[in-house]
Design a binder for this molecule. Structure first.
Ligand SMILES: Cc1cc2nc3c(=O)[nH]c(=O)nc-3n(C[C@H](O)[C@H](O)[C@H](O)COP(=O)(O)OP(=O)(O)OC[C@H]3O[C@@H](n4cnc5c(N)ncnc54)[C@H](O)[C@@H]3O)c2cc1C
Length: 701
């Protein structure tokens, strides 16, 4: 008979400690212990900032699981789901197939995941800080910024390259800010064109104090030392969005910087979210002994579990110390369970906290003894050194750390080739995405929001807006294909999310994918010819106030829940070109044109047999359609219609409220142009003669 299997998901602080304790207590011949972890090593998160700062090597903060866990079957595979009822897990196997494994005992110790999505743009522009890869990428980026600053001849741009913004002043935020500050300021002596005052390192923290977990005297020490070392600390400052240029705070202040590190924001793993058990803020609620209610032999510990500490009746904090203690106790409880003995509730008094603050300084509270400065730093490093899996590693890493105290850190960085990448970017309303005249190395596709395209006027004074672009539209192709500077500026008109492709990716995809190739060729023709054929029309349109062209809506807009059958009838009877859809505040959220009606057939076909045909406007409408505002020009209206092949374009009060006020039709605009540009004269024979040349007015709609 096969021996019972204890399956542990997660090889972090909790999973490793639990596996070790169980293996020590249970004979290998009688119990199989299997540990699944995404990586083949455990990460010492508290030391990660040292990798970003170049004082530690990646191997110093990652301990190979199989060297630490002899007698445990370590599997470097990702668990996809857990079936508590059937007592099995599903995982992605080494050959990329989905496989199942059953268990007799299960310990869920999978931690949580970084999730920066609560702040718009943070996912796209900030470095997260959880894995060794995150720390390495950050270090390479910091060195890249220093190299750029060294040769940058624009003083403002140089300062931007040397500005570092860290969001969050918990342990990880403070540690990473201290390391970055040290790295940049100490490396300065090797850069002859960087001055001390060019550098800024800023911590942005939403509360009124940093390191809220620590005693006030240690907090004050940390704040004072860091400020003296040149770290600016912004308290009561909430980051509200991140862009390629920096971050915006809730109070509208802007903190510029080429490097943003976000140390706040986690969410439960998908595998945990899918579990049908009681949760507290996404963490699995456990019984006092850390077993999962309703399931015999299933336990949850560490950051993914909401374990009540019997000491104070509160949910344990998500820190390594608690994860390890829970692991030790859960192992004891599993053994007690096997021996039919009673289990114990989790009860733990915290030993204290330690945090490095840069400059070989730390603050530490160890069982009520408060230490600060170098001695605290030394103890802090020593504690983690002792956690390494073997004496050999302890000696090796200890020697390396000793050398680092004497010798300068390495300034080498591995450069990633951006032209081979594809990524996403976020811009706040008003931000320039590309600037006319700049070199073009990227291609952009809009995912959400609107952008406006502008071009310098021929006389060099100001800018003409030439089109509004929306979701699905792209830009940046001309400069890439023709290897010339950007011919226009594209600015975010609302908050804007784009997918960005480096030149190599763009060339590869557009040459292989013919619909994209065709769309790009058409766009280049359309966007190039516009300057040749339309400038006289533009002159006329500049004089026509848009207000004169706006037609009021003949009917009130639809609500999103309006039944599609009524919408079809409305379009047919009223002979309207489109039906706007608004929300309860009158905000334009959608638009239905005749061609969208066909979509109702697709939606109906997808419904199951006998289902109620409750298809509404929101099921078939184009969401957040492109709109122009009453303060835009008639020229922008017609160019936007030309760009998209529209025959009508809705007009809203402003981009903030998006309250619809009417629409502009192509024939109305054309009539104006014709009236202004064409002179009709009757000849002596009574025929009508048009004296302006028609080709000038040829507009492809
Ligand atoms: C930068 C940073 C600094 C920190 N500093 C401190 C500090 O100074 N002091 C302190 O006490 N705490 C600190 N913490 C918090 C501490 O690291 C966590 O509380 C601790 O790691 C939690 O341990 P855990 O085992 O529950 O989760 P983790 O250590 O996150 O381990 C979970 C493991 O599960 C694996 N996993 C996840 N999903 C799957 C899956 N589907 N399949 C297989 N494997 C999976 C992951 O790869 C990971 O190895 C810090 C955290 C960070 C990010």
């Amino acid at each position: 008979m096969a021996s019972p299997r204890i399956l542990i998901i997660g090889g972090g602080f909790a999973g490793v400690k639990c596996a070790r304790k169980l293996r020590q207590a249970l004979p290998q011949t009688q119990f199989e212990i299997v540990l699944f972890n995404q990586e083949n090593h455990m990460v010492f998160h508290p030391l990660l900032a040292g990798v970003a700062g170049g004082t530690l090597q990646p191997k110093d903060v990652s301990a190979p699981l199989r060297q630490m866990l002899k007698g445990v079957w370590c599997r470097t595979e990702c668990v996809l789901s857990i079936d508590l009822d059937s007592k099995c897990i599903e995982y992605e196997a080494y050959d990329e197939t989905r496989r199942k494994m059953s268990f007799d005992y299960l310990v869920i110790a999978a931690g949580n995941k970084v999730d920066l999505s609560a702040i718009p743009g943070m996912n796209d522009h900030a470095f997260s800080f959880k894995t060794v890869g995150d720390a390495l990428a950050l270090q390479a980026h910091i060195m890249e910024q220093m190299e750029k600053a060294e040769v940058c001849d624009d003083p403002a741009q140089k300062k931007w390259h040397l500005s570092f913004v860290i969001v969050g002043a918990g342990f990880s935020g403070v540690e990473v800010a201290g390391e970055i500050n040290d790295l940049v300021r100490r490396s300065r002596k090797f850069f002859s064109h960087i001055e001390e005052e060019d550098i800024s390192v800023t911590i942005v923290h939403s509360r009124d104090q940093i390191l809220p977990e620590l005693d006030a005297s240690l907090r004050a020490f940390a704040q004072d030392r860091m400020s003296k070392a040149g770290v600016r600390i912004l308290l009561n400052a909430m980051a509200s969005r991140a862009t390629p240029l920096g971050i915006t705070l809730k109070d509208k202040r802007y903190v510029h910087g080429a490097t943003i590190v976000c140390t706040i924001g986690t969410s439960p793993l998908a595998m945990i979210q899918k579990l049908n058990v009681k949760k507290e803020r996404g963490r699995i609620c456990t019984n006092p002994d850390m077993s999962v209610p309703g399931y015999a032999n299933v336990w949850a510990i560490g950051d993914c579990a909401a374990v009540i500490n019997a000491l104070d009746g509160k949910i344990c904090p998500t820190v390594a110390q608690f994860a390890e203690r829970q692991a030790k106790q859960v192992a004891e409880n599993i053994i007690a369970n096997l021996e039919n003995k009673p289990t114990k509730p989790f009860h733990y008094k915290m030993m204290g906290s330690m945090c490095a603050i840069g400059g070989y300084d730390a603050v530490a509270d160890i069982m009520g003894v408060r230490l600060s400065g170098f001695i605290a730093w030394f103890i802090w490093r020593g504690v983690y050194l002792m956690k390494l899996p073997s004496v050999f590693q302890i000696v090796k890493v200890g020697l390396e750390w000793g050398c680092d105290l004497i010798f300068p850190r390495t300034l080498a960085h591995l450069k990633a080739d951006r032209s081979k990448r594809i990524w996403r970017a976020f811009y706040s309303a008003g931000d320039a995405v590309i600037e006319e005249g700049d070199a073009g190395t990227e291609f952009y596709v809009i995912e959400r929001g609107e952008a406006e395209v502008g071009r310098k006027k021929i006389n060099g004074e100001g800018e003409d807006l030439i089109a509004v672009l929306g979701p699905g539209d792209f830009f940046g192709e001309g400069a890439l294909l023709d290897n010339r500077p950007r011919s226009a500026t594209v600015r975010a008109r609302t908050d804007l999310e784009v997918t960005v492709m480096g030149s190599n990716v763009f060339t590869q995809i557009s040459s292989a994918l013919s619909p994209l190739k065709d769309a790009v060729v058409k766009a280049i023709n359309r966007r190039t010819n516009i300057w040749k054929s339309l400038h006289e029309v533009r002159e006329v349109l500049e004089l026509v106030p848009l207000k004169a062209l706006i037609q009021p809506l003949p009917e009130s807009p639809l609500s999103a829940n309006y039944h599609v059958v009524d919408a079809i009838h409305k379009l047919n009877v009223s002979r309207l070109d489109f039906l706007p859809v608004t929300d309860d505040d009158g905000r334009l959220i959608g638009m239905i044109t005749r061609s969208d009606l066909l979509r109702s057939i697709e939606v109906a076909a997808a419904l199951p047999e006998g289902a109620e045909m409750n298809i509404t406007a929101k099921d078939i409408m184009v969401q957040n359609p492109i709109a122009i505002t009453v303060s835009d020009t008639a020229a922008l209206a017609i160019m936007t219609m030309r760009e998209h092949g529209f025959k009508v374009v809705p007009v809203v009060e402003d981009l903030e409220t998006r309250r619809i006020v009417g629409y502009v039709r192509i024939e109305n605009v054309m009539d104006h142009i014709a009236q202004k540009l064409l002179v009709r004269e009757k000849t002596s024979t009574g025929e009508v003669r048009v004296t302006k040349e028609m080709p000038k007015l040829k507009i492809e709609i």
